[in-house]
Design a protein around this ligand. Structure first.
Ligand code: ZN
Length: 130
């Protein structure tokens, strides 16, 4: 594993970006990854153009799951829900930048699963919807 990326993940885990909740929020969704015990909730606020004007996540779990949520919430600010629909699991894995085992993949993709379930009602794991 590349040390630079590993440090990036640990840094997001220790100092998560956009951590907290929004009340009220336009979209709130929460789900877990029973394989690892990770839990993520994402709250979104949309402006009148349909862009994400504010986002927070909360939850607990392993470093990969929490760092992934921190990076994802950084990435989606200012984008429309339509633009986010095209945000793929590969895009998220690129942000994390480390090779992951199948079990760790579920940790990494939990935040994207929560986002897609909240925004579009997709409840399958990203990459398994087709
Ligand atoms: Zn995990």
């Amino acid at each position: 594993m590349d040390d630079l990326y590993r440090e990036l993940i640990l840094d997001h885990y220790k100092h998560p970006h956009n951590y907290g909740t929004l009340d009220p929020a336009d979209i709130s969704y929460e789900d877990d990854n029973p394989l690892c015990g990770d839990r993520i909730r994402i709250d979104l606020r949309l402006d009148d153009q349909g862009r994400v004007s504010d986002v927070r996540f909360s939850g607990k779990g392993c470093a990969i799951s929490q760092a992934s949520a921190s990076m994802l919430t950084d990435e989606i600010k200012g984008k429309t829900l339509d633009e986010l629909r095209n945000f793929s699991k590969e895009d998220l894995l690129d942000l994390l930048g480390v090779p992951l085992s199948p079990v760790r993949l579920k940790c990494a993709l939990l935040s994207l699963k929560v986002l897609k379930a909240g925004a579009y009602g997709l409840t399958t794991w990203p990459g398994e919807e087709e």
